[in-house]
Design a protein around this ligand. Structure first.
Ligand SMILES: C[S@@+](CC[C@H](N)C(=O)[O-])C[C@H]1O[C@@H](n2cnc3c(N)ncnc32)[C@H](O)[C@@H]1O
Length: 223
């Protein structure tokens, strides 16, 4: 079955029964759309997956690269203990402003810090502060920089940490070695980096759903 309407219907069904969300999540999407943010947040079942991964991981600290309106941030932050910490990096001041309001309404402003600027500037600044290793890193920003984000994720984690890299399928174009599209080139470099790196063990899964055909890569940091 390759009918996108069916993918959406099935996603809606799963959302109703498994990831219904609540007023804060619904309002985050509504206000993000009203503020003109693009509709590129994870779906509710994907948000729930991030929440479950952080929970299974026993995560106390999460790093997110690519905040948008804070929708995935809310799912992830809700898996943290009261003294947990989520740092989310966002290029756009407007996106960060919308996210900050959404996170405050969700009651997560004490747990979450949104840092504004290009992530490749925010990451070295963050590393300078010598934070405790992050237990989970969610990479969901400009795909061309995915290999750089993976390098930084390795510097900022510990053995046993999880790294989730979103949107690795690129409509199937990830399998095209001749592609010159920066997003595809960056994603292929990231996939190959995970495959070859002695301190990473990973896999990738293709998905269909309300946001079409895509997929995610999951990697565990090794000793
Ligand atoms: C796919 S959206 C993130 C969606 C969000 N994780 C969610 O699921 O709710 C990607 C975000 O990354 C941000 N971004 C793009 N390039 C960036 C960069 N160089 N540094 C930091 N953020 C960047 C975009 O402004 C956008 O808000």
């Amino acid at each position: 079955m390759s009918d996108p309407q069916v993918w959406t219907d099935v996603d809606d069904y799963f959302t109703t029964h498994l990831a219904p969300g609540d007023a804060a999540l619904t309002a985050a999407l509504r206000d993000s759309a009203a503020a003109g943010l693009p509709p590129i947040a994870v779906t509710a079942p994907q948000g729930k997956l991030l929440h479950l991964l952080a929970t299974v991981q026993g995560a106390r600290t999460v790093l997110e690269i690519g905040t948008l309106g804070g929708y995935s941030t809310i799912w992830l932050a809700r898996a943290l203990p009261a003294d947990g910490r989520l740092t989310s990096l966002e290029f756009s001041p407007h996106h960060a402003e919308v996210a900050t309001r959404n996170l405050a309404r969700a009651g997560l402003d004490k747990l979450v810090e949104v840092r504004v600027g290009p992530a490749l500037e925010s990451l070295p600044a963050l590393a300078e502060e010598n934070p405790p290793p992050f237990d989970l890193v969610f990479i969901d920003a400009d795909k061309a920089n995915n290999p750089h984000y993976l390098d930084w994720a390795l510097k900022l984690t510990r053995p046993g940490s999880l790294i989730v890299l979103d949107n690795v399928v690129r409509g199937g174009r990830v399998a095209d070695p001749g592609s010159a599209e920066p997003d595809v080139v960056g994603t292929r470099a990231a996939v190959e980096l995970v495959g070859a790196h002695p301190r990473l063990d990973g896999t990738a899964v293709q998905t269909v759903g309300g946001k079409g055909y895509d997929g995610f890569l999951l990697a565990r940091v090794l000793d």
